[in-house]
Design a protein around this ligand. Structure first.
Ligand SMILES: CC(C)[C@H](C(=O)O)[C@@H](O)C(=O)O
Ligand SMILES: [Mg+2]
Length: 523
């Protein structure tokens, strides 16, 4: 902090009433207060003082009644520093509170004459009298108090400290199959973000899915659930595999871990953005002109419908079997997901398409009623409805007609996989499950057991889920963007097998993660 200017000398016992007369205390506007600074000690001081100038006073500066107005008027008058033989305690504290540098030095006060050019190093307490070529030493202010001054006062200091101190806790659940290797790449990206933007992320790993079943006999151990509850966000790789498919349903990775996790955390909204990166327009099996520039947000209801309704398997007397899955939705469940879809659309291209099967299903008829009613509240947003079979067709025929698609759990599961292919690969589709206190972020794809450990998998969906984590759980838009921009850049040169194109460099899972992290740090 370079403090430099002309010295203005004052005597002993300058009280706060001389610094800012009581008649001006009816305002707390710093600019107003500055106009009357030192008025009762030197009537024209406020007009003569120049930015950077220094007040040099004898002992007991700032005595009298306690008022923050006093240091504020000095600071806003442009005075860079006050040097005195001593300060009244309350003034001393108030000066730090509002960020006015002050130094105690008897030798400086005695050595400096009115009008001398003075420069001050507040850190070391060295005061230089440029006019006379002398230096003096002031009592050194403790570093933490200097930091308060540097921050511009106590309030800013505390706010900055809280920002710096905030440690974001991320639960990391790698899961099964390719889960661990793709999760590792997302962590590289998040660590690069932490380094680049000065954040503190604490990652804690836990078992989930088949890996947890193998280790402790349950796909969602209590320790894992506890970790999730005590974290700020969850990053999940993928769960499932043939190895565990024949376990009793409540012990399978899907029905024993993933679905309960979504339900218990209240994650009713699953956002799956299908975005075509410019470099990948050729990677889709559809013609480039059909998918170029595509940006669809599938909003899938995640904690209701067929997934969570009553299920039954009955052995009938004749030796055959009857199976039941129930599709249940309540008003509240539909309202909250629809609300979220409209709010999202308002920040995007302002179109919502409700996908349902209202020509057959009672639940769909009611979804239509509720969502159409809500659409009336959003006159700026274009709203249409579409049967799911037609939507499946339209998605490959003319996908750019969609902005936000809102739909139930089952249709959302199917359509989001389909939408992923427009982007070139299922390996590109990130997802955010939100709505509760703690968000869960995972790629939309599964655990691909046959590729496990081969380092062939595309980690981008998981990396991009990390970007969604920053955006939706931590409100870190520019950090999320940094990951997305890094992916955009890297895709111009490097490809995993699933999106490989001639002339580009084929990389494995790890290398893709490294290139993205490097790009974040370079960006
Ligand atoms: C693994 C499975 C239970 C899961 C789902 O159907 O929700 C997956 O397909 C998904 O889309 O996240
Ligand atoms: Mg799915």
């Amino acid at each position: 902090m370079g403090l430099k200017g002309k010295a203005w000398k004052f005597g002993a016992d300058i009280d706060t009433d001389a610094i800012i007369p009581a008649r001006y205390l009816n305002t707390s506007d710093p600019v107003e207060l500055a106009k009357h600074c030192m008025e009762d000690a030197d009537t024209s001081f406020a007009q003569k003082v120049q930015p950077g100038d220094v007040i040099v006073a004898d002992k007991n500066f700032g005595c009298g009644s306690s008022r923050e107005h006093a240091p504020i008027s000095i600071k806003y008058a442009g005075v860079s520093c006050v040097i005195a033989k001593s300060f009244a305690r309350i003034f001393y504290r108030n000066a730090f509170n509002i960020g006015l540098p002050i130094l105690e030095s008897t030798e400086a006060v005695e050595g400096i004459d009115e009008g001398n050019e003075v420069s001050v190093n507040a850190e070391t307490g060295t005061i230089t009298n440029v006019t006379k070529g002398e230096t003096y030493q002031a009592t050194v202010v403790p570093p933490f108090m200097q930091q308060i001054i540097a921050a511009g006062g106590l309030i800013n200091y505390v706010a900055e400290r809280m920002k710096v101190k905030k440690m974001y806790k991320i639960a990391v659940l790698p899961g099964d199959g390719i889960g661990p290797e793709i999760t590792e790449q997302a962590l590289k990206a998040l660590k690069a973000v932490a380094e680049h933007f000065g954040h503190e992320f604490q990652f804690t790993e836990a078992l989930v899915g088949g890996a947890a079943y193998d280790a402790v006999g349950h796909p969602l151990p209590k320790e894992t659930l506890d970790l999730c509850y005590s974290s700020d966000a969850i990053l999940l790789g993928a769960v499932g595999g043939d190895k565990w498919a024949d376990l009793p349903p409540e012990l399978t990775p899907e029905r024993g871990a993933l679905l309960p996790l979504r339900k218990l955390l209240g994650l009713y909204a699953n956002l799956r953005p299908a975005v075509v990166f410019p470099a990948l327009a050729n990677a889709s099996t559809l013609k480039p002109e059909v998918v170029e520039g595509l940006d669809i947000m599938v909003v899938r209801e995640l904690t209701g419908g067929l997934y969570f309704g009553e299920k039954k398997r009955e052995d009938l007397p004749d030796g055959t079997v009857r199976v039941t899955d129930t599709l249940v939705y309540t008003t509240e469940e539909i309202v909250r997901i629809a609300r979220l879809a409209f709010e999202l659309a308002a920040k995007r291209r302002k179109k919502v398409t409700l996908v349902d099967k209202a020509n057959v299903l009672e639940s769909s008829r009611y979804w239509r009623e509720v969502v159409a009613n809500m659409a009336a509240e959003y006159p700026d947003i274009e709203f249409n409805t579409m049967y799911v079979d037609n939507a499946a067709m339209q998605l490959v025929k003319m996908p750019k007609q969609f902005d936000v698609i809102v739909t139930d759990n089952m249709f959302g599961d199917i359509l989001s996989d389909q939408a992923s292919q427009l982007t070139g690969s299922l390996g590109m589709l990130a997802s955010a499950s939100i709505g509760g206190k703690i968000g869960l972020y995972e790629p939309s794809h599964g655990s691909a057991p046959k590729y496990a450990g081969l380092k062939r998998a595309n980690p981008i969906a998981t990396v991009m889920s990390g970007a969604m984590l920053l955006r939706y759980s931590f409100d870190m838009e520019k950090e999320a963007k940094a990951i997305e921009d890094a992916v955009t850049e890297v895709l111009k040169k490097y490809r995993t097998r699933d999106i490989m194109e001639e002339g580009l460099q084929l990389v494995n899972t790890d290398e893709m993660g490294d290139r993205i992290a490097e790009q974040i740090l370079a960006g």
